[in-house]
Design a protein around this ligand. Structure first.
Ligand code: CA
Length: 560
C-alpha cells in the first residue's frame, strides 16, 4: 500500500518538476508565494503568481487518532489582542469563541487563556477580584459559554492563575493596608482585628532596605511586591490564603475549567525552590483531588537542573524554558551552535532527569510566549528556520505550547512587554475583529509575513506548516507520549535519528537539520519500516527508495 503511494508521489514530483522547474533546493525561499515573506529577497521571479506550481498531494495523511488523556497541543491566547467581537478595539471572550473553529481547525486541542479576571492593567496579571471576569473581556456567562464551546470541540481550557500576588487594589490588600497605615506607631498588627495582614508579607523594616519591599504610606510598615508595588506578594504559608485559593480553584473547576497555568511559581518564596515546591505540592494535590484529570502547568523560568527539583512537587508540567527562546536548545540547533545529534541525547537526558522526580510528568515545551521575544524575531524572520523550529517543537514528547500568532510568524520588538503582545492579524481586508493591542506598544512594528487568511490559502505558508505538524501529532499518539531513544551512531552534525515508544508501538523520527539534502539508510538501521508522515519547509518531497530516505533540507520524517 505504502509502496504504491510512494511511486505515485514520485510520479507527481517528477511531473511537478517538469511543469515548474521546481524541486531544486537552491534558494532559501522558493518564491512560490509572494505574500508569505516580504523580508527575504527571493529574487523576484517574474510571473510567479500567475504560474503558482502545483504541490504534489500529500500521500501520508491518516485518520486523526486523539486519545482523551492529558496530552494536548496547547495554544496560548492573549485575549486582549486576539479577536474583538464587540468593536471596542479590545479582544474579548466572545472573540475567542468566534475563533474557536480556527483553533480547532489548526489541530490545537488545548487552550491556555492568559489572565481574564478583574484587573487594573491591560495584561491582567494583577487580580482585583478572582471571582469576576474583567469587564473589558466580558462576563462570567461568556466564560461559561467559552468553556462549553471548547468542550464541544474537544478542546481543554486552562486559566492563568496568580497565586504569587494580587493587585494592590484587591480588597484583601486595601483592607490590610488601611489597617496598618492607621495603626499607632509601635503597636503590633493584630490578625484578629484584621486577618488580611497575614495574607501578605508586611514587615517593619526599621530603616533597613529590603529588595522588593514598598512602604505602607508614611507608616513604619512595608510590604513585599517583587514585581512592582502594585503587585503585593501573598503569604502562601498562611492557611487562610490557601483556603481562599482552594475555593477559587474549585469555583472554576466546577464551571468546567480543565486546569490552570500557575504564574510566577519561582517567586512564591523567591529563591527558595524547596518552599515553592511545597506550595505547588499542596495546590497540585488539592486540584487533582478535587477534579480527576485536571491539568497544571507551572511557570518556573529556570534551567533543567532547577526545573527538575520542582518536579518533586508532583505537578504534571513545567514549561521547558531551557528548550525555548533565543538561547534555548531549539534555537541553538538552528543557529548551528549545537550538532543535530545532541537533539536526541538532550531529549533522552531531560526525560531521565524529570521522570526520576515525577514519573507521570508531561513535558511542556514551547518556542516563545508573552514574556519572551517572539519566535519569528528570534529566527530573524528566516522562514525556513521559523518553520523548522516549529517542526522540532511539534515533534517533541509532551504538551507543546504555541503562542498565538506564532503560526503566522508574527513579530515582537525589543524587550518591551507590550511589543510581545501585538494584535493578531486575521485579515488585512477588513477591520472586523481587529484589536488595537496594548496602548504602550510601539507603533509601526513591521509584520513581515501575511495575515491568517492569506496564509490559510497558501500551502507553503508558516501557518500551513504548523497545521501539518500538529496534524501529524494528532494522527500518531506516539509523538506526544513516546519515550525517546536516541541513535548517536546514526546521527551527526546535521542528521538526527530518534525513536519513540508508546504502548508497544515505535515511531522513528529522522531529522535533517541541515541546509543541504541528505540521505539515511533506514532499512540498514531499522529493517522494514515505512514513512507515515513528513514535514519539509518548502513543499519538496521526502522520498524512500530501496530502504534509503532522501531528505530535503530542514526536513523531518516519521516512520513506523
Ligand atoms: Ca471588545
Amino acid at each position: 500500500m505504502k509502496k504504491k503511494w510512494i511511486s505515485l508521489v514520485l510520479t507527481l514530483v517528477t511531473a511537478t518538476a517538469l511543469f515548474t522547474g521546481c524541486g531544486k533546493e537552491d534558494t532559501g525561499n522558493d518564491g512560490l508565494d509572494s505574500n508569505a515573506d516580504t523580508s527575504v529577497d527571493t529574487g523576484e521571479e517574474s510571473g510567479q503568481n500567475a504560474t503558482k506550481p502545483e504541490i504534489a498531494p500529500y500521500a501520508y495523511e491518516d485518520e486523526i487518532n486523539i486519545i482523551d488523556d492529558q496530552y494536548r497541543n496547547y495554544y496560548e491566547i492573549f485575549v486582549y489582542s486576539f479577536f474583538d467581537e464587540d468593536g471596542d478595539g479590545i479582544g474579548d471572550l466572545q472573540g475567542v469563541i468566534d475563533k474557536l473553529d480556527y483553533v480547532a481547525d489548526m489541530g490545537f486541542n488545548g487552550i491556555w487563556l492568559m489572565p481574564i479576571m478583574k484587573s487594573t492593567t491591560y495584561h491582567k496579571y494583577d487580580v482585583v477580584d478572582y471571582y469576576a471576569i474583567d469587564r473589558e473581556y466580558g462576563t462570567m456567562e461568556d466564560l461559561q459559554e467559552l468553556i462549553d464551546a471548547c468542550h464541544d470541540r474537544g478542546i481543554k481550557l486552562i486559566l492563568d492563575l496568580m497565586l504569587n500576588h494580587t493587585s494592590s487594589q484587591h480588597e484583601w490588600f486595601t483592607t490590610a493596608y488601611e489597617y496598618l497605615k492607621n495603626l499607632p506607631e509601635g503597636q503590633d498588627a493584630n490578625a484578629e482585628e484584621c486577618p488580611y495582614v497575614d495574607y501578605y508579607h508586611f514587615e517593619k523594616l526599621e530603616g533597613k532596605k529590603k529588595s522588593g519591599y514598598h512602604p505602607v504610606g508614611d507608616s513604619e510598615w512595608s510590604y513585599e511586591g517583587v514585581f512592582r508595588s502594585e503587585m503585593p506578594d501573598l503569604n502562601l504559608d498562611n492557611e487562610a490564603v490557601r483556603k481562599e485559593f482552594e475555593a477559587i480553584a474549585a469555583f472554576y473547576l466546577d464551571m468546567g475549567i480543565d486546569g490552570f497555568r500557575l504564574d510566577a511559581a519561582r517567586e512564591f518564596f523567591s529563591g527558595n525552590a524547596g518552599k515553592n515546591t511545597e506550595v505547588l505540592s499542596w495546590f497540585s494535590d488539592y486540584v487533582t483531588g478535587y477534579k480527576e484529570g485536571a491539568y497544571l502547568v507551572g511557570e518556573v523560568w529556570e534551567n533543567f537542573t532547577t526545573i527538575q527539583l520542582y518536579y518533586e512537587s508532583g505537578m504534571t508540567s513545567f514549561f521547558d524554558f531551557p528548550m525555548s527562546q533565543h538561547n534555548g536548545k531549539v534555537a541553538s540547533i538552528l543557529k548551528g551552535q549545537s550538532e543535530a545529534s545532541s537533539w536526541g541525547t538532550t531529549l533522552e537526558s531531560i526525560h531521565a532527569e524529570y521522570s526520576v522526580k515525577n514519573p507521570d510528568y508531561i513535558a511542556a515545551p514551547f518556542l516563545s510566549n508573552h514574556d519572551t521575544g517572539r519566535w519569528a524575531n528570534t529566527m530573524v524572520n528566516n522562514e525556513d528556520h521559523i518553520k523548522y523550529g516549529a517542526g522540532l517543537l511539534l515533534s517533541m514528547t509532551g504538551n507543546p505550547f504555541v503562542y498565538y500568532g506564532e503560526e503566522i510568524g508574527m513579530p515582537s520588538s525589543g524587550s518591551k512587554d507590550e511589543n510581545k503582545r501585538l494584535p493578531m492579524i486575521w485579515t488585512y481586508e477588513t477591520n472586523r475583529g481587529k484589536t488595537q493591542g496594548p496602548k504602550n506598544a510601539d507603533s509601526g512594528i513591521d509584520y513581515k509575513f501575511a495575515d491568517v487568511q492569506t496564509q490559510m490559502e497558501d500551502e507553503l505558508s508558516i501557518l500551513n506548516y504548523y497545521k501539518r505538524a500538529v496534524r501529524i501529532r494528532n494522527e500518531n499518539p506516539e509523538i506526544a507520549r513516546g519515550i525517546v531513544s536516541s541513535y548517536p551512531e546514526y546521527s551527526g552534525a546535521t542528521l538526527c535519528v530518534i525513536s519513540k515508544e508508546y504502548d508497544g508501538n515505535v515511531i522513528y523520527v529522522v531529522y535533517n537539520m541541515g541546509e543541504e539534502a541528505d540521505t539515511f539508510d533506514v532499512k540498514a538501521a531499522f529493517g522494514d519500516v515505512a514513512i507515515c508522515d513528513y514535514l519539509t519547509v518548502d513543499g519538496s518531497e521526502v522520498t524512500f527508495t530501496d530502504g534509503v530516505l532522501s531528505l530535503p533540507k530542514y526536513s523531518i520524517c516519521y516512520l513506523k
